[in-house]
Write a protein that binds this ligand. Structure first.
Ligand SMILES: [Cu+2]
Length: 126
């Protein structure tokens, strides 16, 4: 229980825990001819599908994220992406992935409860 409380506290501190402004785009440094990869993603209690996405470095990744149930959020710390996905709606998250690396994302709803329930994933840039 102590660990769960600590995890929630840490998550709250990282996400700011208050209201946030939706930000769904990170295209810093993208050349005009960057290849585009479109991925359709769904969210529901408590998972992203697909949860792991493989992308080649130098790609513009456009996620079309549809909520199959209630409201969720996607949070990608490295790109300052923090976007609400309203119930039954589709939103777009658009990021330019310049460098190889592994970028974790998660749902920040419920002060991290959704995240603790496994609502998270990875973008693997190779
Ligand atoms: Cu969620």
């Amino acid at each position: 229980m102590k660990r769960v409380v600590a995890a929630i506290a840490l998550f709250s501190a990282l996400t700011g825990c208050a209201t946030f402004h939706n930000r769904n785009t990170f295209l810093d440094g993208m050349p005009p001819n960057a290849p585009v990869m479109d991925v359709a993603m769904t969210v529901e209690n408590y998972r992203f599908t697909p949860s792991v996405i493989h992308v080649e470095a130098g790609t513009r990744l456009r996620l079309g994220i549809t909520s199959l149930g209630s409201k969720h959020e996607i949070w990608i710390k490295e790109f300052e992406i923090h976007q609400t996905i309203p119930a039954g709606r589709t939103v777009t998250v658009d990021v330019y992935l310049a460098e190889p690396g592994e970028y974790r994302y998660g749902c920040s709803l419920g002060v991290g409860i959704h995240y603790l329930f496994g609502m998270k994933g990875r973008i693997i840039v190779e």
